[in-house]
Write a protein that binds this ligand. Structure first.
Ligand code: SAH
Ligand code: SF4
Length: 365
């Protein structure tokens, strides 16, 4: 069976080249063709000898997930639905801003961590994405955006930032995510800065430590509550890794992190975690942790059982954090007319899968 070269980072490609009796610099050439030029056809790789091209065609493929649809939102946000087989789809969202372009990518089909306010969590867990499926999201988006900007300056780079904030818990798919991160950072592939690649986690403490050792990139932690009883309800993994342990892991992470703060995400749920008392408790909780806050107004989905906090409650909460010296931003809701906002990904397409994955989740428990 052919291997998919999109599954390989530089090290793995070098290993592959050794296996087919090719010199190591071929790995660098291949990396550039695949990721920089977005080429999936070996015969087009003009600086590779004909013999090598034939050998590659016989043993390997470059196979990204298939694009099923491509949507544009009124605010410029763009969303791709990619097929990953067996009726499963994953979504990738591009968010253009004045000085940067951020791609939000997924790491799993569904998620086993079952946060109560998250539509991905409600679907249950189906499977981990392969490296090709994770990096394939960046591969496609890069290609599509390059085509869109054709005619503009050659140096124009649409994607400056990647956030692993799509579907799934990246640290629960650790090895594949780290290999994909290596490609994002590799100068022969996407060449992104460590500070501009962010992994968002709900708080898998041992995996946070491993990420710090293996591939320290910017870290966002989904906090969502100022105390254990409330966080136990909203983010059930808290029962395993409670706040004290989570904050200690954040402080350890900062010793190797490319940024000198952790970003805490905090979803604003009306009447649940958005009171003045919650804000005060939160300030106390993080008093020893260098951090910034990103408040995310809840994005609703059918039968969620939650409501978005009022704009007044969000501003009041933000002001209380700011007065305590914590840099706080409120996330603008982007692309909600195409269901591309946080927690809204993969709505209707999953109706069938959703029922099936419930069973899978029970099995996984
Ligand atoms: N599993 C990771 C990353 C994916 S979710 C994590 O939980 O951090 C990315 C962010 O969106 C997380 O902070 C998550 O809590 C938040 N989120 C999930 N559902 C949401 C919703 N319905 N509205 C607003 N934010 C949501
Ligand atoms: Fe999984 Fe993150 Fe959703 Fe929680 S918020 S269920 S960890 S994707």
């Amino acid at each position: 069976m052919s291997v998919n070269l999109l599954d390989f980072d530089a090290k793995a490609l070098a290993g592959f080249c050794a296996e087919i009796d090719e010199r190591p610099f071929r790995a660098r050439q291949l990396l550039r063709w695949i990721h920089r030029s977005g080429e999936s056809d070996f015969t087009a790789m003009s600086d590779l000898a004909k013999g090598l091209r034939d050998k590659l065609s016989a043993t390997a493929v470059i196979e990204p997930p298939r694009v099923m649809s491509d949507h544009f939102a009124a605010d410029g946000t763009r969303k791709w639905l990619l097929s990953v087989g067996a009726g499963n789809g994953i979504e990738t969202v591009f968010i253009p801003e004045t000085n940067r372009g951020t791609l939000c990518i997924s790491s799993q089909v569904g998620c086993a961590l079952a946060c109560s306010f998250c539509s991905t969590g409600r679907q249950g867990f189906n499977r981990n994405l392969t490296v090709a499926e994770i990096i394939g999201q960046l591969w496609w988006a890069n290609k599509a955006l390059a085509e869109e900007s054709e005619g503009q300056s050659e140096r124009h780079r649409a994607i400056t930032n990647v956030v692993m904030m799509g579907m799934g818990e990246p640290l629960a798919n650790f090895e594949n995510v780290v290999t994909a991160l290596n490609l994002m950072l590799d100068d022969n592939a996407y060449g992104l800065s460590r500070r501009r690649v962010t992994v968002s986690t709900s708080g898998l403490v041992p995996a946070m430590d491993r990420l710090r050792e293996r591939c320290p990139v910017a870290l966002a932690v989904s906090l969502h509550a100022p105390n254990d009883p409330l966080r136990d309800q909203l983010v059930p993994i808290n029962r395993k890794y409670p706040l004290r342990e989570l904050l200690a892991a954040c402080e350890r992470y900062l010793q190797s992190a490319p940024r000198d703060f952790i970003t805490f995400e905090y979803v604003m749920l009306d009447g649940v975690n958005d009171s003045v008392a919650h804000a005060r408790e939160l300030v106390q909780l993080v008093r020893h942790t260098p951090c910034k806050f990103n408040l995310i107004p809840f994005n609703s989905f059918p039968n969620s059982g939650y409501k978005r906090s009022s704009p007044e409650a969000v501003s009041r909460f933000r002001d209380l954090l700011m007065e305590a010296g914590l840099v706080t931003t409120v996330r603008k809701t982007r692309g909600d007319d195409i269901a591309a906002a946080c927690g809204q990904l993969a709505g209707k397409v999953f109706d069938k899968t959703r029922r099936e994955s419930r069973g899978l989740m029970k099995m996984a428990r």
